[in-house]
Design a protein around this ligand. Structure first.
Ligand code: HPA
Length: 281
């Protein structure tokens, strides 16, 4: 579908995974237990990892990020007392990557031993009780991408053909996030994240439909990574930054500038929450 990229078959995928894992393990100061994916404008935390970093371009099979505000490196080392692997910059379906490429790094991070995935994103608020700048705990998602990252042959070494998604976001991790937010005096909203392909923002009618379907926030990422991480048996915690109200809620157009402005504004609260959660894991 993208022309430029092609799906790897099972053997290629398995070999490339092994090569990527070996490359990361040769540089990593420790054995990361927690993988983190930082979304648009939220990548700064990667700089705080005490250890080393590898440019995506230097890791076999890793695509290279094209969006402004996405650095494109894997930071390895310690953060808030934990051994972490932080993806500063992620890949999106709308950039033209296949979902296999979008999620390849998650497979690699699982392969090197990560057990937990902390995934973050910028999202548009659908729930009208939300305000711009709110942080939202993702309690569940709706895959509206029209595709699934596990499409194609199943990599049995990572997980089953038909993985369960009935509790995609780990209950205990959600409780840790709630407790942390409460202790730090941070308001943490909760809700269902709806992912569509983008890159155009939704129409007002689409947002009304998402609300009827049970969606609280709209975005263009996260769901592929979560599906692949769950498939491989990882425990997942998802956090959204509500960077704007979704289409049709306010009488104003949506813009990427607003998204970046909001992430700038809430950066320090987001940082506090994420570090606080890490300390409690
Ligand atoms: N819709 C989709 N993706 C987004 C939005 C939105 O309103 N805001 C930030 N990412």
């Amino acid at each position: 579908m993208t022309g430029e990229f092609k799906e790897m078959n099972k053997d290629e995928l398995s070999r490339t995974l092994a090569a990527a894992a070996a490359r990361i393990e040769s540089e990593s100061p420790g054995t990361p237990r927690i993988a983190m994916i930082l979304g648009s404008g939220l990548g700064a935390l990667g700089e705080e990892v005490e250890g080393t970093s590898i440019d995506y371009g230097d890791i076999p099979g890793f695509p290279v990020s094209t969006v402004e505000g996405h650095a494109g490196k894997l930071c390895l080392g310690r953060l808030a007392g934990q051994e972490v692997a932080v993806m500063s910059g992620r890949f999106h379906f709308y950039e033209g990557y296949t979902l296999q490429e979008v999620t390849f790094p998650v497979r690699v991070l699982r392969r090197i031993g990560c057990e937990i995935l902390l995934v973050t994103n910028a999202a548009g608020g659908i729930n009208s009780e939300f305000s711009v700048g709110d942080l939202m705990l993702i309690t569940d998602h709706i895959n509206f991408l029209g595709a699934n990252p596990l499409f194609g042959p199943n990599l049995d070494e990572q997980g089953p053909r038909f993985p369960d998604m009935s509790q995609a976001y780990d209950r205990a991790l959600q409780n840790t996030a709630r407790t942390t937010a409460h202790e730090l005096g941070i308001v943490l909203r909760e809700g269902v994240y709806v992912a569509s392909m983008g890159p155009s923002y939704e129409t007002a009618a689409e947002i009304r439909m998402y609300r009827t379907m049970g969606g609280d926030a709209a975005g263009m990422s996260t769901v592929p990574e979560v599906i692949v991480a769950r498939h491989a048996g990882m425990r997942i915690l998802g956090l959204s930054c509500i960077t704007n109200m979704a289409a049709g809620i306010l009488p104003q157009p949506l813009s990427h500038e607003e998204v970046i402005e909001t992430t700038e504004r809430v950066k320090s609260t987001f940082r506090k929450l994420v570090l606080g959660i890490l300390e409690r894991l």
